[in-house]
Design a protein around this ligand. Structure first.
Ligand code: TGC
Ligand code: FAD
Length: 393
């Protein structure tokens, strides 16, 4: 029986007053879409470990694919505050659905827009924005996760084009993606971006099974066995690790907002449960220990909301630094995971069931705290920024 979605968004510091009417309208549109399309089915898909592909069309229609990409390329042409709010609302439904949108917009459309030729932009972006084509992003390898600079995937000259060899691991959307933006080392040792299309000889995308987290997201490998790449499939305007890392800034920004959506859903669920569930003759919300949990949750959500709102302003002004984005990604996900764990306890035994969204969020967030740079890597990025000393070298 699908759960009735009663979500009410917390706004303890009246932050809505800082949003424009357009921002609120966009948020409401996405919230309504999530209530109607994601909430009724997501638990079932997560239990079955299946990605709900029928949501892709709706995600495209609400502008979730490339919200900040200009309209002339099929994007929604929105600002970063709107992008953040869209990610918040989608992840309120499920991190895996937000992942699909993040990858498409920030990790596939963004590099084609920022580093691609005009032909590549015109060829791919409108079809990616409409969901006609889906993409994935291949940076992580079996032996190079936190340290993508060590990558072993190679791009070597071959006749008029190149040969791509190697493997990528843990790639969201890989099992169904039509194209992959892949990062590989050329003969000079420089990191280059390549657009690989499904159907190219030697390119396969085996699915990764048995995940306890992001079960409603499709994850896979990208395997390249002498894949012939034409020059027109190389991103011309970027070389070096700053290429893929620049895309991560976009996606990490979206996650900083998105994880708060999951946190809000857990808080809202726990608050409602605490008022309805009676033990020892009164609502459990009347006990001080439960109030402490709720009070701390709303405090942390409010602090994090302010952080991402300010980051959104800086992003809109093109002043947000990569280190500021790292801080927000790390803080939001850590906050959300802590809140999910506390909320799960507040729901007692019911907290482990699919009757409520809390344990699904909690398990999802175990991936979100690892991908797009782990919790510890983002801490070290902040450490490097404030000390000027690089712990990675
Ligand atoms: P380092 O020597 O510091 O930098 C190499 C070059 O890159 C530049 N750079 C950046 N540029 C743009 N944005 C950033 N965030 C950047 N960080 C560094 C840097 O200025 C330098 O440029 P140049 O011109 O001097 O060459 O690099 P390093 O090898 O020491 O590594 C630094 C480190 C550890 C911070 C970085 O590698 C890192 O962030 N590691 C984490 C890896 C990661 O986040 N992987 C994510 C894979 S994608 C994913 O998880 C998708 S999940 C699906 C979903 O979103 O739903
Ligand atoms: P490792 O790098 O091996 O890290 C293991 C542990 O060591 C971590 O705790 C880490 O913090 C710690 N560690 C590493 N280096 C240091 C250090 N210098 N100092 C202190 N501690 C350190 N990647 C993509 O390219 N595209 C995708 O679409 C994508 N989707 C993903 C989806 C899911 C569900 C998951 C789980 C991952 C996905 N990833 C994707 C990969 C993700 O980005 C990596 O898992 C992540 O970057 C960490 O790499 P790793 O798993 O190899 O861990």
């Amino acid at each position: 029986m699908p759960r009735t979605d009663l979500f009410e968004s917390p706004d303890y510091y009246l932050l809505d007053e800082l949003l424009t009417d357009e921002h609120k309208l966009i948020r409401q549109t996405v919230r309504d879409w999530v209530k109607q399309n994601v909430s009724p089915v997501i638990e079932d898909y997560a239990q079955r470990a299946e990605f709900p592909k029928q949501l892709l069309q709706g995600l495209a229609e609400i502008g979730a694919f490339g919200p900040t990409i200009p309209e002339e390329y099929g994007g929604a042409g929105l600002d970063y505050m709107a992008y953040g709010l869209i990610m918040q609302e989608i992840e309120r439904g499920d991190s895996g659905i937000r992942s699909a949108a993040s990858v498409q917009g920030s990790l596939v459309m963004y590099p084609i827009y920022a580093y691609g030729s005009e032909e590549q932009r015109r060829k791919y972006l409108p079809r990616l924005a409409s969901g006609e084509l889906m993409g994935c992003f291949g940076l992580t390898e079996p032996d190079h996760g936190s340290n993508p600079g060590g990558m072993a995937t190679t791009l070597r000259p071959d006749g008029n084009g190149y040969l791509l060899n190697g493997a990528k691991m843990w790639i969201s959307n890989a099992p169904f993606a039509d194209i992959a933006v892949v990062w590989a080392r050329d003969e000079q040792g420089k990191v280059r971006g390549v657009i690989v299309e499904r159907g190219m000889a030697g390119f396969t995308t085996p699915e990764t099974h048995n995940k306890w987290s992001l079960r409603a997201s499709a994850t896979g490998e990208l395997v390249f066995d002498n894949v012939s790449i034409l020059k027109e499939n190389i991103l011309p305007d970027i070389s070096g690790l700053k290429g893929p890392l620049g895309c991560l800034n976009q996606a990490r920004y979206g996650i900083a907002w998105g994880a708060l959506g999951a946190a809000m859903d857990c808080y809202d669920t726990a608050l409602r449960y605490a008022k309805e569930r009676h033990q020892f003759g009164k609502p459990i919300g009347a006990f001080q220990l439960q109030q402490k949990k709720l009070a701390e949750m709303i405090t942390e959500i409010t602090k994090a909301q302010l952080l991402v709102w300010r980051l959104g302003q800086l992003k809109n002004e093109n002043r947000a630094t990569a280190a500021q984005i790292s801080m927000a990604k790390r803080n939001s996900v850590d906050t959300a995971l802590h809140i999910a764990r506390e909320a799960r306890q507040m729901l007692g035994g019911m907290g482990i069931t699919g009757e409520y969204p809390v344990m699904r969020h909690m398990m999802n967030l175990e991936s979100v705290i690892t991908y797009e740079g782990t919790h510890d890597i983002h801490l070290l990025i902040t450490g490097m920024d404030v000390t000027g000393l690089d712990a990675f070298k």
